[in-house]
Design a binder for this molecule. Structure first.
Ligand code: 2HA
Ligand code: ZN
Length: 267
């Protein structure tokens, strides 16, 4: 019997992984093996598990030593994760030293190439006692398209623009989006820059690459990215109708913040 079959909370999370993986594929945000997901499941696991294999980490992660994670596998397709989640995702546990990990279920599949970014974000969440347990990275077409324009890479520019397209975006993504300048996929440099940007935001855009969200649940991270992608699509649709769209005014955005008790940090 697998770890998942013995643990109803983990089984529910794996069902949610399968559901969200399908959405990412259906949205057209997950070409081939694009995107990756992880969740801190330390409080769902008990007892000892026999390691299937052991891998070193590119740097130690002492703050999450001993913690366990559900992580999508490297090279795995979201559409396959949707159909057969535990053939395409793994459970791993960091060593007490924090500088290596064991794969403990179900198969010895190496985890996502973006593991350094995922672990760095989980480490930061743990250090801050944040309830955010989930990290979701995907490649939403319209959002990535906007990161190809230099003017949108200025601090706050794209966040402000996306907020101004529909009131929902101001409400559902209240801390706006951070911009992470282009870095090599899978690198520690990308991981470090992402952690820095997440100090001020729950969602970041990786220049010319994708989007990453962190939150308490996978549904919540999907909803945040979906809402931002809706704003980006509205912006591009309005622009293709012939003119730069007007957007909600500063006053209208401030009114939303006041009415819904939203943080007023920069977009
Ligand atoms: O999983 O999306 O960023 C493949 C990627 C790398
Ligand atoms: Zn990616």
């Amino acid at each position: 019997m697998s770890i998942v079959d013995r643990n109803s909370r983990l089984a529910a999370l794996v069902d949610e992984l399968s559901e969200v993986a399908l959405y990412l594929w259906q949205r057209g945000w997950a070409e081939r093996n694009g995107g990756n997901i992880s969740a801190n499941i330390t409080d769902m696991l008990d007892g000892d598990y026999t390691p299937l294999s052991t891998f070193p980490l590119p740097r130690p992660f002492p703050a999450i030593a001993g913690c366990a994670f559900l992580v999508t596998g490297t090279g795995k397709r979201m559409r396959d994760i949707a159909r057969q989640p535990m053939n395409n995702a793994v459970v791993l546990r960091l060593h007490p030293s924090g500088n290596a990990y064991d794969l403990v279920a179900d198969y010895p599949i190496p985890p996502t190439s973006e593991l350094p970014a995922h672990l760095a974000i989980h480490e930061q969440a743990s250090l801050r006692h944040s309830p955010a347990k989930v990290v979701c990275h995907t490649h939403p077409t319209e959002l990535v398209a906007l990161t190809h324009h230099r003017r949108f890479l200025q601090p706050g520019a794209l966040g402000r623009l996306l907020w101004s397209m529909i009131p929902e975006t101001r409400i559902i993504v209240p801390r706006g989006v951070g911009i992470v300048p282009y870095e090599l996929p899978g690198s520690l440099a990308l991981a470090n820059a992402t952690v820095k940007a997440l100090e001020y935001h729950d969602v970041v855009l990786w220049e010319k690459h994708g989007c990453l969200a962190t939150g308490d649940s996978l549904a919540e991270t999907f909803d945040a990215i979906d809402t931002l992608a809706k704003s980006a699509a509205i912006y591009l649709a309005a622009l293709s109708a012939g003119q730069e769209p007007e957007g909600l005014s500063d006053q209208q955005l401030d009114d939303l913040a006041a009415a819904f008790h939203l943080p007023t940090s920069p977009a």
